[in-house]
Design a protein around this ligand. Sequence first.
Ligand code: PNS
Length: 167
Amino acid sequence: MTKGGNLVVRRVVCPGSFDPVTNGHLDIISRAAPLHDEVVVAVGANLAKNGLFSVDERIEMLGEVLAGYANVRVDKFDGLLVDFCRAHDISAIVKGLRAVSDFEYEMTMAQMNYSLAGIETLFMTTNPLYSFLRSSLVREIAKYGGDVSGLVPAPVLSRLMARGPWS
Ligand code: PNS
């Protein structure tokens, strides 16, 4: 897109914990990619302290599963998401909504981020196939030896299998 003769890159961010990335995340990222010039998938490093996978492992898995998307890159951020957006010339945050309960939580964050820095939030509704899917459930099922093969991409499954069942 051009604005006043200048090329404007529509760069958006898909932020999250991604502990680990699920098929639900992939659904949103893969649908967001063709709608924007560039999608930055950003792992919130300050939330990672008590997670299952380290930030580096999360980034590695995301890199593997998103390797086929030319305009998607993976990064991490510390602190406020709006500061990351400003530093990387990102104009909007893309979030997936699974249910009304997600919307209630996400709306306040969207309004806060707009009021802090004028950063817009764009909501995409999750594919109903994945409306029940969240990383914390994947971790719990894998922890007790349950089958998560339909919930996560192959590189994540193999890492979970290598770890679990664990106590
Ligand atoms: O996958 P998650 O856990 O739902 O991701 C939440 C995340 C990382 C998107 C959110 O917690 C976040 O943006 N954290 C960064 C800190 C921040 O900017 N907080 C103010 C939000 S209004």
